[in-house]
Design a protein around this ligand. Sequence first.
Ligand code: UDP
Length: 495
Amino acid sequence: AAQKSQVHFVLVPLMSPGHLIPMVDLAKLLAQHGVIVSIISTPLNTIRFKSGIDHSVKSGLQIRILELEFPAVQAGMPKGCENMDSLPSRDSIKDFFVAASMLQKPFELLFSDLKPKPSCIISGKNMAWTVDSARKFRVPRIFFDGMGCFSSTCTQKLQSSKVHEVVSNFQPFVVPGLPHRIELTKSQLPENLNPGSPDLVDVRNKMVAAESISDGIIVNTFEELELEYVEEFKKIKGGKVWCIGPVSASNKSESEKAARGKTVSLDENQCLKWLDLQQPNSVVYASLGSICGLTCSQLIELGLGLEASNRPFIWVLRGGEKSKELEKWIEEERFEERIKGKGRGFLIKGWSPQILLLCHPSVGAFLTHCGWNSTLEGCCSGLPIITCPLFAEQFINEKLITEVLGTGVSVGVKAAVTWGMEEKSGLVMQRGDVKSAIDKIFDKGVQGEDRRRKAKEIAKMAKRALEEGGSSYLNIEALIQDIMQQSLSSVEATS
Ligand code: UDP
């Protein structure tokens, strides 16, 4: 495609909210730069972002949504399991990836008919088979990294030094070769650095192999946020790395922000009205992401910690399998009435319009599990952060927030829930830890002020990165130019 308006990106996200949501945001961001974008997903997933995309299409952006049936039943899963947040249990993750890889053939059939001819595939890094499809159709395949440069760099440094292999579970060690002194323990590391579940080794190996032969990496971050680590990550990858975020900023209007990722309809107006009644910068917004691994008793500790803080809060309840147990507790304890009576709490049972709420002026702090998307969204909203990591690379993101950026206070979780040790008292969290982290974050002293000031500066940098001439803006333009150049060369090679 010699013309920018004919450049056509085909996006294939992994079907998990933490991947799907930022890739849909990426689709909008690319389309806002004047190219054509097709998003390929399955019916129960596209339904979750269709209305958000409709807004963009009406405003003239060239985004299409294409559907493939998800072969859940063929892979041994119940009908309707099309997203990692709807799996019956952790044990079905393997089947889920089997089903996802069965999408290759129907994908290729669909792909061969797309007009204009696609210029590039961008896929979630777990969708390894897209590398083969890209080869068949002679288009570049770029992968969308779900992590930031800080955590990717830390992970790489550990993989090559293996320092974590010679220590006991709770003995702190320093990650070697980093610009900052970062201490972690083995019990906090992501599964790919620990033995992990053997049935996922194959999935992981395929992902690593696909990654090594990709034509580049798109990272949802902005260079100013983690500059030293962007440089380090580029050195490690030795190839094209485009930092184009924060992608959530592609949602400009309130209605787009409210529609983002929505599964069931929550009346966001009710929540906004409640927020309007609160003092500026007073509310704690607490949410542990889209897939919550915590046990019910741990979730209760979180709820009681929020209550004990004596501050207004919004608590997003996504208990997954445990939601029934948790709701029973809430009812028995009359928890909702208790906090409502004091006008202090608002429970969201289900999907929360997170980015809409985070930018409300009454919200004063974000208690998060440190998933990468939430971490970035916290940074964009200019809020100080209370960190409560649970699994994957979340403990590493916690270090970025508390040690590198200096905008957060840790609840002090000691072990990832995937280690199955959360029931041993104190390993995950106790209400007192939640309360004291909240007290600290609202502290009026020098440290508290410093965190709030830094958080505001970061939010300004995030905004600037995507404005015309900003680092992410220029990186998106460079990516599009690169793809145009590659399609020109392939036309020349074949003519
Ligand atoms: N999210 C949301 N409402 C919810 C839960 C999650 O909008 O009730 C969004 C959140 O804004 C983020 C994504 O879902 O963009 C979750 O991604 P993250 O990386 O933070 O965590 P994960 O869910 O992958 O653990």
